[in-house]
Design a binder for this molecule. Structure first.
Ligand code: ATP
Length: 326
């Protein structure tokens, strides 16, 4: 039987739609199981600065439909140092918090892993990032909403692209992972996606143009993952202007609007299931794991596996985009 009597919950790193649904589920599931909850504002930074508040069920009322995170989020450089983490540990002890639930991406879970090992402290992580780049889970919280936002934006860009017979490069988020670009391209019926996973292997732009992607179409839309490896939409467009001057090229960078908005039903359900599972994991004496979802089943993924581990793209997605866009 678990000895956890009081948990702290925080969101950290980049915000993602559905984080609020996760905060709500964690809080209510903890209270349901007789565990006290403290909300920690602004991630590890707020822990350090003592921005901590008792949470009751009312604190999480009317938030499931809201994007962003009511707990706010921040980057915290101090947490990268042993001294900073010791200060955080002291704060947790001061507040009687005997386990942490952290919601965030790769960086957040990396910090959580180091902290958990250093102080032998129980932490359960939830994958909250629009990039879907954590290993061991089919989906991360926020990914579905961001994907839908991208699809809606590209639908609109298509109207103007077709009216002017233009080639549009639309930049989407995903520094190291092409999930948003690839699946966004499939969902929006775009012609191609330029993604970091493939950029190192081959010249996607040259291949796209050499295969005559414009033979049967007057306008084209290509999604580009923002990344040093792909060069981003601006980099790709500059290259086209030099190497293929016959194209009338435009760039659209979707930027932060991909992070905002009310979460989709899929993200709300995922966040709620994962939030409840996080408390179940603690009650089950699970430590230092991320909650994941695999084939629609909740799984516990050790931090060491979830982070810094490449999550492969499914080859059939690449194939589907290639064939559907002829
Ligand atoms: P996103 O995927 O949306 O960018 P993220 O969680 O990866 O989210 P980061 O800014 O990389 O966002 O990390 C969030 C915080 O986690 C950092 O500000 C820092 O406090 C902590 N963190 C990240 N990496 C480490 C590390 N190697 N050691 C200790 N703490 C870390």
């Amino acid at each position: 039987m678990s000895t956890v009597k009081c948990i702290g919950i925080l969101t950290s790193g980049g915000d993602a739609p559905g984080m609020n649904a996760a905060i709500r589920a964690v809080t209510r599931s903890a209270i349901y199981n007789g565990i006290k909850v403290k909300g920690i504002y602004r991630g590890y930074k707020g822990l350090l600065l003592d921005e901590i508040e008792d949470f009751r069920t009312q604190n999480v009322s009317n938030i499931i439909q809201r994007g962003g995170t009511i707990l706010k989020t921040a980057r915290c450089t101090e947490f990268r140092t042993p001294e900073g983490r010791k200060q955080c540990y002291d704060k947790l002890m001061e507040h009687g918090i005997d386990a942490l639930i952290t919601i965030g991406g790769d960086g957040t879970l990396t910090g959580a892993r180091i902290f958990a090992q250093e102080f032998n402290y129980p932490i359960v992580g939830l994958p909250g990032t629009i990039d879907n780049d954590l290993y061991g889970t089919d989906r991360t919280i926020g990914y579905d909403t961001a994907l839908n936002t991208i699809m809606e934006c590209v639908d609109k860009i298509r109207d103007t692209a077709t009216s002017h017979d233009r080639l549009f490069f639309v930049e989407v988020m995903g520094r190291d992972a092409g999930f948003l670009a690839l699946n966004g391209a499939i969902a929006a019926g775009a012609e191609a996606a330029i993604i970091p996973e493939i950029s190192l292997e081959k010249d996607q732009l040259a291949e796209m143009i050499e295969t005559g992607f414009r033979k049967s179409k007057n306008s084209s839309i290509v999604l580009v993952a923002e990344s040093e490896v792909t060069g981003g939409a601006m980099g790709v467009a500059e290259r086209v202007k030099k190497e293929y001057p016959q194209f009338d090229v435009r760039v659209s960078i979707l930027g932060h609007l991909q992070r905002g908005g009310s979460p989709t039903a899929a993200d709300r359900i995922l966040a709620t299931r994962m939030g409840v599972a996080a408390i179940d994991a603690l009650l089950d004496d699970q430590r230092n794991v991320m909650i994941g979802i695999k084939n629609d089943e909740i799984v516990y993924v050790p931090f060491s596996k979830a982070i810094k581990n490449d999550k492969p793209l499914k080859p059939d997605l690449l194939n589907a985009l290639r064939i559907a866009s002829i």
